[in-house]
Structures are given as structure tokens and as C-alpha cells.
Design a binder for this molecule. Structure first.
Ligand SMILES: C[S@@+](CC[C@H](N)C(=O)[O-])C[C@H]1O[C@@H](n2cnc3c(N)ncnc32)[C@H](O)[C@@H]1O
Length: 251
């Protein structure tokens, strides 16, 4: 990864960790087992069971760890999230800013914020950093409203987790990537849709193999070489919904 998660750890620890993560990148048996496990978990909606500080979030636990490392290491002052659902990921980001003593804010957008979710998010003890927008994340008016929260001195991190079709994610990448600070990350969740077995049926979902966040990332990155895919994060986490989805802005 392009950040140091453990700045104060002993050098031997870091070298050992980095070597272990590198070994995972070529450990086919472990990778296949992780990928099979992830597919079984998705089929069973495993990641719909968790919550963060009382709000449900729809993430693999490993991705929660990745978000924790990213926020702690990069120290964003603005976190932008598309796809709110029950609000757990917004509360995760907000609480991480506070735990890291970062004077920051979290902006969330969802096409539909159900009243009970809005109430629960807005009355949460970590809601004070959060601003909610209701509408499509690719609606130019919403994008401009969100952009207005970003100042020249901000460090911005973006998490995309809304509609998982190719076109929608491509639209989000085009709309939000230029808000991401150099040295920070744009994370595209649910790229693992592309890696699900051919037999997997996406009931009532417009996305699937060939039409998903990973296909959007692969198309988009060809014309955006100021970003690079940081595979080191997925090599560490392994059970992540975001393979090829951790995008580092290098210039
Ligand atoms: C996977 S959930 C988000 C999960 C959340 N980030 C978490 O970790 O708990 C996806 C959300 O995207 C929202 N969504 C769907 N289409 C959207 C769009 N065009 N713009 C914004 N949000 C959208 C859905 O309403 C849903 O709440």
C-alpha cells in the first residue's frame, strides 16, 4: 500500500508484514479459498449482519479494517460516500475521524434515505460531522453541492458504494475522482461482482458479470493515469468486496 499503517512499529515488524502480504499475492491456494469463501458469503448475505456503533453497515469486516487503516494513515478532512443505506459506513467514517482527532466532515449521498434511517443517523452520537444528501450520486446538482464542502486545504477521500452498474460507477468516477487529493484514495466497493462464479444469479439487480464496478474501474483507469490500482490492500485483506477497487491518486 502507498501508506504506512504502523508508523511507530519496529522495522522488523513492518518488513515481516510486507513480506507476508507479498506472499499472499502469489499464494493461489489461499487466494482461491478466500475468493470461494467470499462468493459463499455473498450468496448468504453474510456481510449484511454487521453494525458499527449501533448502525447496520453492509461491508466485509476486512474492509472495515481497510477503511480504518486508510483514514488513520491518510487523515482525510473530508470523506465523501455514495450509498448510505442504514448509515453504518457513514458512522464508521465519522467515528474514525474523531478517534484520530481529525477536524473533518463526512458527506453522504443516497437516492433514497428512508425516514427511519435518516432519524437514526441524525440522532447518532457521531452524527455531528455528517451531512446527508438525497438524490442520485451522479446528478450534477448533487455533485456540485457535495463539491462545495471541499476547500483547497482539504484532504479528500471518496468511497463509492451505491448503484453497482458499469455506467453508474463510471459516472461516479468521472464526477468524484477530481475531488480526491493527491496521496489519498478513492475506493470502489463491490468490484467483486465481476469475480463471482458464472452460475451466480443477481436476483433483481441490473449488474452482474461484465457490467459492474470492476468493469467501470478497468475502463476508467485507462484514461486516468493520475490514479493507480493499489493491489497491496486487497493482498492484505484478501476477503474484500473491492478487488482492483482501491485507487491511489498519485498526481
Ligand atoms: C450497498 S448499499 C450502501 C451500503 C453502505 N455504504 C454501507 O456500507 O452500509 C447501496 C445504497 O446505494 C443506494 N443507491 C442506489 N442507487 C443510487 C444512486 N443512483 N445514487 C445514490 N445512491 C444510490 C441505495 O439506495 C443503497 O442504499
Amino acid at each position: 500500500m502507498r501508506y504506512e499503517a504502523t508508523p511507530n512499529a519496529h522495522t522488523d515488524f513492518k518488513l515481516e508484514r510486507d513480506a507476508r502480504n507479498k506472499s499472499f499475492s502469489v499464494d493461489e491456494e489461499f487466494r482461491d479459498a478466500s475468493s470461494n469463501w467470499r462468493a459463499m458469503a455473498l450468496e448468504r448475505k453474510y456481510m449484511n449482519s454487521f453494525s458499527w456503533l449501533g448502525r447496520p453497515l453492509i461491508q466485509f469486516p476486512g474492509d472495515v479494517m481497510a477503511v480504518q487503516e486508510l483514514i488513520s494513515a491518510i487523515r482525510p478532512t473530508v470523506v465523501i460516500e455514495t450509498g448510505i443505506a442504514h448509515g453504518g459506513s457513514l458512522i464508521l467514517s465519522s467515528s474514525m475521524l474523531k478517534l484520530n482527532d481529525i477536524d473533518g466532515k463526512v458527506i453522504g449521498v443516497d437516492i433514497e434515505i428512508r425516514p427511519h434511517n435518516r432519524d437514526a443517523i441524525e440522532s447518532h452520537r457521531h452524527a455531528d460531522l455528517i451531512t446527508l444528501y438525497e438524490g442520485s450520486s451522479t446528478d450534477p446538482k448533487i455533485v456540485e453541492q457535495i463539491r462545495s464542502h471541499v476547500g483547497p486545504a482539504d484532504t479528500v477521500m471518496v468511497f463509492l458504494d451505491s448503484n453497482h452498474t458499469h455506467d453508474h460507477v463510471l459516472g461516479e468516477l468521472n464526477a468524484y475522482s477530481n475531488m480526491v487529493s493527491v496521496g489519498s484514495y478513492l475506493v470502489v466497493f463491490d468490484t467483486h461482482v465481476e469475480d463471482m462464479p458464472d452460475s451466480y444469479v443477481w436476483h433483481n439487480r441490473p449488474w452482474g458479470k461484465g457490467n459492474n464496478p470492476k468493469t467501470a474501474v478497468h475502463e476508467w483507469i485507462k484514461n486516468n493515469d493520475n490514479f493507480e490500482i493499489d493491489n497491496d490492500i486487497e493482498n492484505q485483506v484478501l476477503i474484500t468486496s473491492a478487488p482492483d477497487g482501491f485507487l491511489f491518486r498519485r498526481s
